[in-house]
Every structure is written in C-alpha cells, then in structure tokens.
Design a protein around this ligand. Sequence first.
Ligand code: FA5
Length: 356
Amino acid sequence: MSSLLDALQSKALAELASIADLKNLEDWRILYLGKKSQLNQALRSLSSLSIEERRQMGAQANQLKALLESSLEDKKKTLQQAQLTGTKQEYFDITLPGRPLTLGRLHPVTQTIREICSIFSGLGFQVVEGPEVEWDYYNFESLNIPPGHPARDMWSTFWMDVSPRWSGPVSQGHLPAQASPMLLRTHTSPMQTRVMEKTKPPVRVVIPGKVYRYEATDATHESQFHQVEGLAVDEGITLADLKGTLYEFARRFFGSDRKARFRCDYFPFVEPGVEMAIDCWVCKGAGCRLCGQSGWIEILGAGMVHPHVLERVGYDSSKYTGFAFGMGVERMPMLKNGIDDIRHFFTNDLRFLRQF
Ligand code: FA5
C-alpha cells in the first residue's frame, strides 16, 4: 500500500507539472482527488487493514491528499495569473471596457401619474383604482347618460361582445349594473359612482387609470390614454373649493408662472360644468399647431357633482355637495416639457423614453 501511494504521488505531481490550462487542471482534479480517484479508493480500503497498518497508511494517504490539494491550488493560481497577464495562450484582455448595464426606468406616464397623485395626497385625497372593463351602467347611466343620450356620441368606445342577460332579482323596478352591456371605460368618472356606493361622506379621492375611445388620433388625441379622476363630497363644498384645489394643483405641477383658465363646459353628470386649460408651452399662448392656434390646451373637465348622481348612490343632495374633475395625464408632461405629439408616449421609441 505504501509503495502504491508513493507511485501515485510521483505520477500525479509529474502530470500536474505538465498541465497548461484550467480545463486540463479540472480533469486532473477529478482523476486524482475526485470521488472515484485511486486515492479515495485507497482511503476506503483502509478498513481491511490491521489497526497498526491502518494508522500508518491512513496518515500517509491523508498527507498525500493534503499535498495534492495544495499543489492543485498553487497550480490554479499560477494559471489564472498567466491568463490575466497574457503570459499563456489563454489570453484575457483586462483592458477591454466592460459592457454597460442598462438601468430600467418608469414610463413618463407612470411618473406623471405618481406626481399627480402625490400632489393630491398632500391636499388630503386618497388614491383608489377601478376596472378598465366597465358596465354601461357605471360608465353612462349612473352619470345621467341614458341610452340614446347625445352625450354618448362624445365617448364612442369599444364594446364587449357579451349580450346582457339578467335572471336575478329586480329591485324597485331597476335592473342591476351587471344587466347592462360592457365596454372599455371611456373615462375614469364611473369610479365616482363606485366609490360613493361604498363610502359615506366625506369623500376625497383621486382615481388614476387607463381609458379608451374610438377616435381618430392626432397630436393631442389618442384612442387609449390615461386620466386622473378627482372627487370630493362633503357638507358645504362649493365651486370655490373646486377652483382653489385645481389652481393649487396647477401651481404645484406646472409652477407659479404658468397661466390657468376656467371656462364653462357641459358634462351631464355635473352642474355647473367647467373645463380648465393651461397656456400652451410651445407657443407661450401665441397659437401653434399643438394648441390649434388657440394658445391654450385643455387639461381637464370638472364641475359640481349633479344632485341626481348623488341621489342615485343614496346621498342626501340637500345636505351634501361635491366637486369632480377628470384630467388627461399625457397632456400634463406635454405641457410641462414641450412634447409636441401625444403619440410619442405609445410608440416605444427609446430615444424619446430615455429623456425622462
Ligand atoms: C371627461 O372624460 C370627463 N369624464 C371629465 C370630467 C370628470 C368632467 C368629472 C366633469 C367631472 P373629457 O372627455 O373632456 O371629459 O376628457 C377629460 C380630459 O382627458 C381632457 O381635458 C383631456 O385632457 C383628456 N383627453 C380627452 N380625450 C383625449 C384623447 N383622445 N387623448 C388624450 N387625452 C384626452
């Protein structure tokens, strides 16, 4: 056994000396130090020897194992060093620049939604979300837009291919929302009804989300875009609260040097209704292609919540009043950063997206 170990030692060390690359070194390790190596077999066969022989041979075999292991480590270091300094054929150029890791970032629309919500959070509003696929009831009927109402034309949309069938109970002569057709919501306003159905006043919420409209696209119109809805209901809320809140929002978002304008507008679910516009970033109010030569870009529709909308969810409209608004998200960074076409947001051009 002793001579076998001696022979193994000289053979292993001689072979190790001639190894010139890491691949062959690994083969050598498996051959001489692996599970099925001769050395391992010798160690296993010790049990058949007498105690005295076992003690002697065991010590020799363990010494050999330690020697082979340290020789292996030394050789590995020498080969790795040779690779780095290029003194062997496996040349590794450490002066080559590394491949840069690209950092991901949030889409400008997501960044804008977060900024808007953070401003309204600071003004005491809670952030909630709702479904993009909506019942006709919430999108239209609960907002004073019954079938055949001309206001539906403003929000032509994509309908789901589900024929409304309702075999459940009919309460007080009214079919439930689930008996109406489904559509991709045209605005975030249906969430006004959904929130009020579940909450008692006071209510102060903002609702960010995606909306869909069947319309021709141009520099300021997309068929899929985002809105942030706002709703505040309490005793004694007036149009002055609406204007104060939205002026403060515009000041925080756009800066105090930008101009904001309110004008009367019509939405069936508010009374009175207004639209808010900001002076055009590109032409500074002089008139250009982006603002349709008007000098202003409309950012939101708003108004005092219509009493019928409040009563439909069981609120006492003689006690509670409220305001609501719905702003187009994409138009905010367009105005702030001078982006001249809304379609940039959805074409996935990294040259555009990397600027935010
Ligand atoms: C509405 O959608 C109403 N729900 C807003 C509202 C809420 C009024 C609460 C009253 C009370 P409107 O269709 O005007 O209104 O859209 C609101 C905003 O969304 C617009 O001011 C504009 O900034 C943006 N917007 C509208 N259509 C598009 C479009 N096709 N592409 C991009 N942004 C749009």
